[in-house]
Design a protein around this ligand. Sequence first.
Ligand SMILES: *Cc1c(COP(=O)(O)O)cnc(C)c1O
Ligand code: SF4
Length: 438
Amino acid sequence: MEKYKVYTLSNFRKIPQVQTYLSADEQFDIEVVGSVLPFKVNNYVVEQLIDWEKVPNDPMFRLTFPQKEMLSKAHYKLIAEALRQEVGKVELKKIADRIRLQLNPHPAGQQEQNVPEIDGIKLTGVQHKYDQTALFFPQHGQTCHAYCTFCFRWPQFVGMDELKFAMQETELLVKYLNRHPEITDVLFTGGDPMIMTAKRLRMYIEPLLHGKVPNLRHIRIGTKALGYWPYRFLTDKDAEDVLELFKEVRDSGIHLAFMAHFNHPAELRTPAVQEAIAKIKSTGAEIRTQSPIMAGINDSAEAWKEMWQLQVKHGCIPYYMFLARDTGAQDYFAVPLIRAWEIFQKAYQGVSGICRTVRGPSMSAGPGKVQILGPASVAGEKVIVLRFIQGRNAQWVHRPFFAKYDEKAIWLDDLKPAFGEPCFFFEKEKQQAAFQSN
Ligand SMILES: *Cc1c(COP(=O)(O)O)cnc(C)c1O
Ligand code: SF4
């Protein structure tokens, strides 16, 4: 059994590699940024994924260890001074919370807009934005085996959300799904649902099986466990029970799709991850993969090409390339839309058709998932062609639209409609809806 050792702000200085490879200043930077944004890493990441000779530029290091530049200079200074003056926990938290509120903790109107109700009860652990798919946030799956520095779920890891996005039982979920026959997919998400014991996971999944939700076709599990702790499926005490549960899902006639989050080819190269992938696939589950594109972590065509090739080689299906969400340290990790598209295109051109199941680059914005199809010239005007992969309104899906060319834009909000239009088509409908409901 592989022993899981977790490191956070309180004990990261005990990591031998930190002592060997990081200066006192670099360690202090981690403490400063880690006081505002979440920080957690484990022995697998430290020993098998990070190449310490390349630190601080190693991608897996940048993925898991806080970097100085993730905070603005002003915010950095506030925390650094507070630490130097040893202001104490309570005061430090106050300062950190003030900074956190300035980092757009709830992008894309997640909290207000997507929480459904049933008989007047709010389903706080469910988000239902796109017709066919309901997201479910099990209360016990709201943490991860390590934290990504760019994570857009960061507010819940620093105690800001107090797990508002979580539910303890599936009774209400089952009721809701039965009343919404358009839903075919439940996507377990978090945090990372694979942080849960097999027993807990079973508690959440079993009520959905055996015909209790006739419209349910697919159960998806959004997880980073293959990247951060493949032993979850190999040597953890209940690894066999987890795999057994996956088999039961398949035997009950429901497709189990493992939505695996991989950010860098390094995560696919270890024997442990390759074995874990094989184990999961042997249960009949499929593994689809997704990742955001992040500066300094995977902003090169080579990284994506190798990722997709390794994934397909081991039997996974490349699914999404995302863009950095407008929250937390986005400025630091953001890759401009056009640059992301160039990387996507170059990687896509370099792989064979069976890797081209991937879609992207895509933004999960308020109106929906918007894909950058690329720059083009239309009647002499330089534009960016986009389309909805998913839309808050299903009628928007797969409909191309055009924005003025803008090399610096990093998010949908930065874009302006092309051809002198006053607003994008989906904004028009939003305005009309608001007008009608007044
Ligand atoms: C991405 C996402 C889904 C799943 O979308 P698919 O395109 O079906 O993978 C569902 N709900 C929300 C809110 C999402 O952001
Ligand atoms: S695994 Fe997912 S939820 Fe967890 S820290 Fe990384 S991005 Fe966030």
